[in-house]
Design a protein around this ligand. Structure first.
Ligand SMILES: Nc1ncnc2c1ncn2[C@@H]1O[C@H](COP(=O)(O)OP(=O)(O)O)[C@@H](O)[C@H]1O
Ligand SMILES: [Mg+2]
Length: 392
């Protein structure tokens, strides 16, 4: 059983009751902060004395939030993601608090084109997609998609809003012309006939927490927000693998992944959502936040026998990784040789001392490594990691 943890819930608006329930059920506590109320402070001191302040209107003076107070951040960032992601970056990179999501990951996931690019570059199947700014050769692009019907998507829509279908040439040309005239970017995608059905899976760490199949009742979009109906399903191993790899490709240990299957049974990732909705919890009866909290416990939790040590190390941040094995698990997929060199440089940097002696330093290095993803370099990196000394 883990110790009690304290979470900083970074959420736009009120956090979901399901999240609060999951935190409290395991005996943990939390503080909710809206990103817009927080002030960032970047210090001039090299060794990093960056800070964050709570600047809520009802406070006479802004209050400094101490990183040591929190074991982990849980982000639930909806609207205003630019500022929210900047706050998250400050909390994770500058104040070194663990979060299962990265700011970059959330920003990538918000943009459907950049998501498709990243997934494709990591060998994860997405529907054929074309994207161009105010193109002259519209017919060329439509031909590339195999003709009509084709799907159009605004780059950062959600809940099905901004996803449309083009069925005939006249409608397609006049609509696209209008979007481009308004300087609205839109990607075009091959229409996958899936009987208006798709799958939403919640990925937590290396596992699928829960999945549901959704079927559109109104049109081809299967989103529940668009009147779709859902039911709990178990994914095939291949589907699970696709979803887990998709979340990982976006550096998200927690994400909602949308998957679509064509008539031949081939599956494609259509979207990765960094702030998945909670309707799946009501529909399936499975609270994915329970799995999220348990996942965070394994990342930052302490064992009871370590309590004494914890007292001694009160001035050092909690150990995010307790063993080499846990460490290895959390970094699978990694850097190119160039990045490994950079990584080594980073390790031996600070005043000639090896980094990685304290937990917060290890955590820092992990964050650095996990911003890369290249399976081939992994053994190399593990051998580098094996040379580290860990504070006993
Ligand atoms: N290429 C496609 N072919 C057929 N249906 C699609 C395609 N892409 C998306 N859809 C349908 O539209 C829905 C919404 O698309 P999605 O990309 O997930 O955007 P949103 O962020 O709005 O949910 C999907 O759940 C799926 O049912
Ligand atoms: Mg979706």
């Amino acid at each position: 059983m883990s110790d009690q943890l304290k979470f900083l819930v970074l959420a736009t608006g009120q956090p979901s009751k399901h999240l609060i329930k999951a935190i409290q059920k395991r005996g943990h506590t939390y503080e909710h902060h809206q990103p817009d109320n927080l002030y960032m402070y970047v210090s001039e001191v090299e060794s990093g004395h960056d800070r964050i302040y709570d600047g809520r209107i009802d406070l006479e003076q802004p209050v400094r939030l101490k990183a040591k107070t929190y074991d982990a951040v849980i982000s639930r960032l909806g609207s205003g993601l630019d500022y929210g992601a900047t706050i998250l970056q400050h909390l994770t990179e500058n104040l070194d608090i663990y979060c299962p999501q990265t700011a970059d990951g959330l920003l990538f996931a918000r943009n459907k084109m950049r998501t498709s690019q990243r997934l494709s570059s990591e060998g994860i199947k997405v529907p054929l997609t074309v994207f161009a700014k105010n193109p002259v050769h519209v017919q060329f692009l439509i031909d590339k998609l195999g003709g009509l019907p084709a799907v159009g998507k605004l780059l950062s829509g959600s809940q099905g809003q901004g996803v449309m279908i083009f069925k005939d040439a006249e409608q397609t040309n006049t609509s696209l012309e209008s979007f481009w005239k308004l300087q609205v970017d839109i990607l075009l995608q091959r229409y996958i006939d899936s009987n208006k059905t798709d799958v939403r899976a919640i990925v937590v760490g290396d596992k699928i927490s829960v999945a549901m199949e959704r079927t559109g009742n109104k049109d081809f979009r299967a989103n529940i927000s668009q009147g779709g109906s859902g039911r709990k399903v178990t994914l095939s191993d291949q589907q699970k693998d696709l979803c887990i790899r998709a979340a990982k490709a976006l550096r998200l240990e927690f994400a909602g992944v949308d998957l679509i299957k064509d008539k031949e049974g081939k599956s494609y990732i259509v979207e990765v959502n960094g702030n998945p909705g909670t309707k799946i919890i009501d529909i399936t009866g499975h609270n994915y936040f329970d799995d999220l909290v348990a996942h965070i416990e394994t990342k930052v939790g302490h064992q009871d026998e370590q309590n004494d040590e914890k007292q001694e190390e009160a001035s050092i941040k909690p150990k995010p990784y307790q063993s080499m094995q846990a460490l290895e698990q959390s970094i699978n997929g990694i850097a190119t040789s160039h990045q490994v060199a950079e990584f080594k440089r980073l390790l031996s940097n600070q005043n000639g001392n090896k980094l990685g002696n304290t937990s917060s330093e290890v955590h820092q290095v992990i964050q650095f490594i996990s911003s890369y993803n290249n399976q081939r370099a992994f053994p190399k990196l593990v051998s580098v990691l094996n040379k580290w000394k860990f504070k006993k």
